[in-house]
Design a protein around this ligand. Structure first.
Ligand SMILES: [Zn+2]
Length: 171
C-alpha cells in the first residue's frame, strides 16, 4: 500500500496512454517498503516511470497555496514536491493526474486546479497479479489464502507476478 502521494500520471492529449512520474524523495521513502518498491522498480525498468525534481517556482507556488489553506493542512516535503512536479508538467503542456489518497494533497491539488485520483478509484492494486512465496523454503502459492507456509510455517511474502499491463508507447 502506497502511503505517500507517490505518483503522477501524465496523460497524453488523447488520454489513451500515460507516463508515470515521481520525485526522488518518493523512491527514497519507499526503498524500505517491499510492495511499493517492487512496483516502482517494475515501472522504472519498463521505462514507464520518470523520476524528476520540480522547479523552485512550482515548489514555492505549492507551499504558498498550502499556507493559505490553513494550519490543518499538513503537507509533507515529499507531498509538496510531488504536487510541484505536477504543476511543472502542466506548464509543459501535459495533463498530470496526481495519484494520492492523502486528504491534504487532494485539497491543495484542487486549489491549484490539478486533477487527482485516489489509488482505490484507479484500481491500481487490482492491476497486479501477486505471487506469494515462502522466504524460507521458496515454495510458491498462487493465492494469499494462507498467511503462513503450509510446509514450514514461515510467514509468506508476495511479489508482483507480471509487470503492469499498460500499453507501451510505439517508440
Ligand atoms: Zn516454507
Amino acid at each position: 500500500m502506497l502511503d505517500t502521494s507517490a505518483l503522477i500520471m501524465g496523460l497524453d492529449p488523447l488520454g489513451l496512454d500515460f507516463d508515470c512520474y515521481s520525485v526522488p524523495q518518493v523512491t527514497e521513502e519507499l526503498r524500505q517498503q517491499t510492495g511499493p518498491s517492487f512496483r516502482l522498480h517494475a515501472s522504472a525498468s519498463s521505462g514507464k516511470l520518470k523520476i524528476q525534481s520540480p522547479s523552485k517556482a512550482s515548489l514555492t507556488e505549492v507551499s504558498d497555496k498550502a499556507k493559505t489553506l490553513g494550519d490543518k493542512l499538513v503537507l509533507s516535503p515529499t507531498d509538496t514536491t510531488v504536487i510541484a512536479l505536477a504543476l511543472d508538467l502542466r506548464k509543459q503542456g501535459e495533463t498530470p493526474v496526481i495519484v494520492s489518497d492523502d486528504y491534504a494533497v487532494q485539497n491543495v491539488a484542487e486549489e491549484l486546479s490539478l486533477t487527482y485520483q485516489s489509488l482505490a478509484t484507479l484500481g491500481i492494486r487490482e492491476k497486479y497479479n501477486w505471487v506469494y512465496y515462502c522466504p524460507a523454503c521458496f515454495r510458491q502459492y498462487s493465492t494469499g489464502a494462507t498467511q503462513d507456509c503450509t510446509v514450514c510455517g514461515t510467514k509468506l511474502k508476495r511479489k508482483p507476478l507480471d509487470k503492469v499491463a499498460t500499453k507501451q508507447r510505439g517508440s
